[in-house]
Every structure is written in structure tokens, then in C-alpha cells.
Write a protein that binds this ligand. Structure first.
Ligand code: NOJ
Ligand code: CA
Length: 588
């Protein structure tokens, strides 16, 4: 790591250091989720405890102290249930058991309670749109006749055409290709088709069926009873289908899409909220909702529905001040009427790592255009990712961090073809690079693979090859480097945890040039990001709390963010030019 941070007059270590973990998961704080920092663990790639090259619960348990030091409030685990792993666990065969590759239910319970003792809450992933084709319900459906009650829990339909060999409709899978697969009848002859909006190993459930509803509410209770503090709801806007299965209109109006964002979904989530609210302490529902219509998005966050949902709009935007400002404004404006906090997300296990994205000329994200092979300036990308981290952490609401983001890992775009597992890659015949490149096992220590991901004497190499260039990005290396990304994240989270201006609450934009974003939180906490190609002067009358890059004098360089605390003495002016009343923070 070459680019350093500069800590100004007000040392963040002294600000944060005195307060310990006051914002941690206290028993009584029912509003914790409104400002929480939630760390996403993609379990297969976090830490391998038993040396088989695949991450597991033992690995997570051993690394809990790392997450405490990092300063997170909760962990969201991507699916850890029994699964053939056709889609990284988003193909669940048994919701009430842990996949033996990862550990056991008993161990999961221990992990939940150990984390809780350390002040970290647990969020599990619920995948309600589909199950694995190995799930007993689907196996029973395959073994049963067309029209049977077993098939009614899914979307089985006869094919079109005389021989029934045309798909029931033209819907497409999110993973390329058709959304229908034909089955064989129990006697071996070609039979009905079934719907799968993702891979053919992930048959869609019929949410019009009472068993489907009852089962998911029972699964919620199962995990809440084991102490989890919330659930992340996979593909939350897809569950309900128009049962006539019409073609997708060219330009569906609001609520008119036959398989996305249907109005009936709200009633389902009201039922889930009632389950969550039946517990004495807060249990939260977090929706994975990709919708271009932010007003429709916000409807899921009404007070009797989900608590929060991922804000992907911000994540998908390019590194551009007006575009990000527009996203922040529309996000906050849409959340305000429903009283829900926004979430800020820079990455997850589905999208290109931000260091790589921000190092490309077009730094926006879209599934359809992943730009593998385009020139990428990783140094620039890492610099912008640092600035983006401080920007996001200062915005109102809760914050998500995807494992490895705090290490500044880049997308691995040259994995050996035989290792690629993602159905996005496999189903597209390699046209889509897939998502394996952001799922490479974390580098913990040492100078060569497996970089401490697996213990000494491991029997297998990590399931995806780690690049040699990560030697400088291991946790061990970054812990020694005060200018590292890891150090920036730790410091940033410590300040965020202890400064009441941060987290939930209002934001006030300060006047600035169009390629600068400047806003105030609370009384006098200022976040300033410079997107312009030249350094900018920091406002007089403020002391530096933290910066993502080294300042030159009082100038903030290009592609950097600074956090400042304004001095409120009557002789000072704010960056907006307003004269301010006398201050009380005395930090200069
Ligand atoms: C969204 C998940 O994040 C992704 O990884 C998965 O492939 C799809 N939903 C299908 O479950
Ligand atoms: Ca393992």
C-alpha cells in the first residue's frame, strides 16, 4: 500500500479510543439497525478452518476478533444451509441444517452466541423465490403426476405446440437462456416444464400456495429462535408471479411486470414483519431489491413491511459527483416519507469489486456490461475506493461492507476456466465472466497462496486461485501499515461508531463546485469529496478528523475524501459562508 492517510489536528484514535464500543449491539438498543455497520461474510471464501480449501464456520469463529477490531455491528452470512452449491448456496435443499462443507447447526448456534457476546449481531440469508432442485418438495413434485398437489408448490406447466416441446412462455432466466426446463414424467417420457428465474437447479416457488407461505414463516422463526437478529431476503421483489404467466410487456407500467415487483408482495412482507415483531427485541428484515423505480422501492420500507433494503442505485453509479449527488438526493427523498433509513453499499458477492470498477474509464456497474479486459488503473481505483468508503460512511443510515472491501481487493479476472463455478458464467457459455472474480478467498497472512486462508498442512488449495499480487494486501501486511485500506476502514468505523453526528439523521448539503460533494452531518461534522482533477482548499475553521489521502498543506487532492470538524467560534465561517454561533467542540 503506497497511499497514506493523514490524520489531522483531531486524532481519530483519540476520539474513538476513549469510547470503546459504545455503539455495539447493546441488549436494549432496538434501533441499532438504523445506523449499523453490517459486514457481509461470503462463507466459502472468508476463512477455512479445516484445510479443505473452502471457508467454513470454524474459520469464521476463529476470525471473530478480527471483525471486532474492524468495528462492525453485525455479520450477514450468505446462505450456509445444505445445498448442492449450484449457485453458491442460493440453491437451498434444507433451510434448517448447515451444509456439512461449512459445519453443523450446533456450530452455527455457537457462532451466533459467540458473536453476540462480542457485540456482533447475526443476519442470515433467506432465499424465498426458489429452492434447490434437490429440495424434498421439488423431488416430490418430480415424482408426482402433472396436476398433483406436490407440483402445485412450483410453476409446472405443459409446453406449447403439439408435442409440448415449446416453452410455456418466453421468459428469460436472470442467468442467461430460457427460464423454463422440461422434465421427464415418472415413466421417462418428456413431460411438463418448470419455471426458474435463475438456474435450472433453482425452481421457483409458487407464492400463491399456502404451504410456501407457512414454510417461510416457520423458517424465519427457526432462525430467530436461534438468536439471529435479522434476515436478508434474497431476490425479494421476484416472489410473486402473474399466474396467467403472460409475456413480459416491452415497457411494463408500475406493478405490471408479470414476475417483478408485484403488488401482492407487500402483504407477504407484512406477514413476515408480524413474525419479526412478535419477538421482544428488534429482528430486522433487509430486502435485496433491484428496482429502477425508487418510489416503488420505498413502498417495501413502509413501517409494517421491511426495515431496510439495499441501495444499489448508488453502487451502480460511476465515480462522478453530480451523478452520485443525484443518487444520494433521490435515495434520501424516497426513504423520508416511509421513515426508513437508507443503506449504503459499495459492493457485494455479485458485483465487480470497486477498486477495479473505479479504476476504469466507465466506472458504472451493470450486470450486462462487465468490461473484462478493459484497461484498469488499480492504483486510481484503490484511491477512489478509499474516498468512496469515507463518503458512504458519512451518509445517513446503515452501511454494508463486503468481505475484502476493507482490504482493497480487486476483481480477479484471470481465474483458470476450470475453477469457474458461477452459473452466470456457465449458462452464458462464458460470454458473461460471472461473479467468481469477486469471490476469491481472502488473503490473511504470509507472502504466497493460500495467504493464511487455510491452515498450515491444508489438504487442498483454495477453491479459487488467489493472485500473487495480493501478498501486499493480506490482513497481516495491512495491520503493519498505517496507510493501508484496512487501517482506514478501522479508523473510519471507530469514528462512525462514536460520533453522534454519523449514522441515522439528517444531511445538509454545503455549497461547492460541481465536482465536489460537501455536506454537513449534525452540528459541524463535514464530509468533503473532491472528484475534480486538481486539489481543493479545505475550508478554514475546521480541523481534520480523517482523510482518505495525504493532504498537501490544507489542500485535499483529487479523488479523495476528508472528514472535518468545524470550529463554531463566532469569528469563523462555514464552507457555505454562513457565520456561525460560538462552538463547543474545541477541537482545534
Ligand atoms: C441474489 C444473490 O445475491 C445472488 O448471488 C443469487 O445468485 C441470486 N439472488 C439468486 O438467488
Ligand atoms: Ca473448510
Amino acid at each position: 500500500m503506497t497511499d497514506g492517510i493523514l490524520v489531522g489536528a483531531a486524532s481519530p484514535r483519540s476520539i474513538a479510543g476513549s469510547a470503546g464500543r459504545p455503539g455495539s449491539a447493546s441488549e436494549t438498543d432496538d434501533q441499532w439497525w438504523r445506523r449499523a455497520v453490517i459486514y457481509q461474510v461470503y462463507i466459502r471464501s472468508f476463512a477455512d478452518g479445516n484445510g479443505d480449501g473452502i471457508g467454513d464456520l470454524a474459520g469464521v469463529r476463529a476470525r471473530l476478533p478480527y471483525l471486532v477490531d474492524l468495528g462492525v455491528d453485525a455479520i450477514w452470512f450468505t446462505p450456509w444451509y445444505v445445498s448442492p452449491l449450484a449457485d453458491g448456496g442460493y440453491d437451498v435443499a434444507d433451510y434448517r441444517a448447515i451444509d456439512p462443507t461449512f459445519g453443523s447447526l450446533d456450530e452455527a448456534e455457537r457462532l451466533i452466541s459467540e458473536a453476540r457476546d462480542l457485540g456482533i449481531r447475526t443476519i442470515v440469508d433467506i432465499v424465498p423465490n426458489h429452492v434447490s432442485d434437490q429440495h424434498p418438495w421439488f423431488q416430490a413434485a418430480l415424482a408426482s403426476e402433472p396436476g398433483s398437489p406436490e407440483r402445485a408448490r412450483f410453476w409446472f406447466r405443459p409446453g406449447r405446440g403439439e408435442a409440448g416441446n415449446e416453452m410455456p412462455n418466453g421468459w428469460l432466466s436472470n442467468f442467461s437462456g430460457p427460464a423454463w426446463t422440461r422434465t421427464n414424467d415418472p415413466d421417462g417420457t418428456p413431460g411438463e416444464w418448470y419455471l426458474h428465474l435463475f438456474s435450472s437447479q433453482q425452481p421457483d416457488l409458487n407464492w400463491g400456495h399456502p404451504d410456501v407461505r407457512a414454510e417461510h414463516e416457520a423458517v424465519l422463526r427457526f432462525w430467530f429462535d436461534r438468536g439471529v437478529a435479522g434476515v436478508r431476503i434474497d431476490s425479494a421483489a421476484l416472489l410473486v408471479k402473474d399466474s396467467a404467466l403472460p409475456e413480459v410487456p416491452l415497457q411494463p407500467g408500475p406493478g405490471e411486470h408479470p414476475n417483478t415487483d408485484r403488488d401482492e408482495l407487500h402483504e407477504i412482507y407484512r406477514g413476515w414483519r408480524a413474525v419479526a415483531d412478535s419477538y421482544p427485541d428488534a429482528r430486522i428484515l433487509v430486502g435485496e431489491i433491484w428496482l429502477p423505480d425508487i418510489e416503488r422501492f420505498a413502498k417495501y420500507l413502509r413501517p409494517d413491511e421491511l426495515h431496510t433494503a439495499f441501495n444499489f442505485d448508488f453502487m451502480a453509479r460511476p465515480w462522478d459527483a453530480p451523478s452520485l449527488k443525484a443518487s444520494i438526493d433521490s435515495t434520501l427523498a424516497a426513504h423520508a416519507p416511509v421513515g426508513a433509513p437508507a443503506t449504503w453499499v459499495l459492493s457485494n458477492h455479485d458485483v465487480t469489486r470497486p477498486v477495479t470498477r473505479y479504476g476504469q474509464e466507465d466506472s458504472s456497474f451493470a450486470f450486462a456490461t462487465k468490461r473484462v479486459g478493459t484497461p484498469t488503473d488499480l492504483e486510481l481505483g484503490r484511491r477512489r475506493a478509499r474516498a468512496a468508503a469515507l463518503l458512504c460512511a458519512a451518509l445517513p443510515g446503515s452501511l454494508y461492507i463486503y468481505q475484502g472491501e476493507e482490504l482493497g481487493l480487486d476483481e480477479v479476472q484471470d481465474l483458470p476456466a476450470h475453477q469457474l463455478r458461477d452459473p452466470m458464467y456457465l449458462r452464458s457459455g462464458g460470454e458473461d465472466p460471472g461473479r467468481d472474480g469477486c469471490r476469491v478467498p481472502l488473503p490473511w497472512a504470509g507472502t504466497s497462496a493460500p495467504f493464511g486462508f487455510s491452515p498450515a498442512g491444508a489438504t487442498h488449495e483454495p477453491w479459487l486461485r488467489q493472485p500473487g499480487r495480493w501478498a501486499g494486501l493480506t490482513v497481516e501486511a495491512q495491520q503493519r501499515d498505517p496507510g493501508s485500506m484496512l487501517d482506514l476502514y478501522r479508523t473510519m468505523l471507530r469514528i462512525r461508531r462514536t460520533d453522534p453526528a454519523l449514522g441515522d439523521g439528517p444531511l445538509r448539503w454545503l455549497p461547492s463546485a460541481p465536482d465536489v460533494l460537501a455536506f454537513e452531518r449534525g452540528d459541524g461534522f463535514v464530509c468533503l469529496t473532491n472528484f475534480s482533477p486538481s486539489p481543493i482548499e479545505l475550508p478554514a475553521g475546521g480541523s481534520l478528523v480523517l482523510a482518505s489521502a495525504e493532504l498537501s498543506g490544507a489542500r485535499l487532492p483529487s479523488d479523495a475524501t476528508a472528514w472535518l470538524r468545524l470550529d463554531r467560534s463566532p469569528t469563523r465561517t462555514s464552507p457555505s459562508g454562513d457565520r456561525r454561533r460560538g462552538g463547543d467542540d474545541g477541537m482545534e
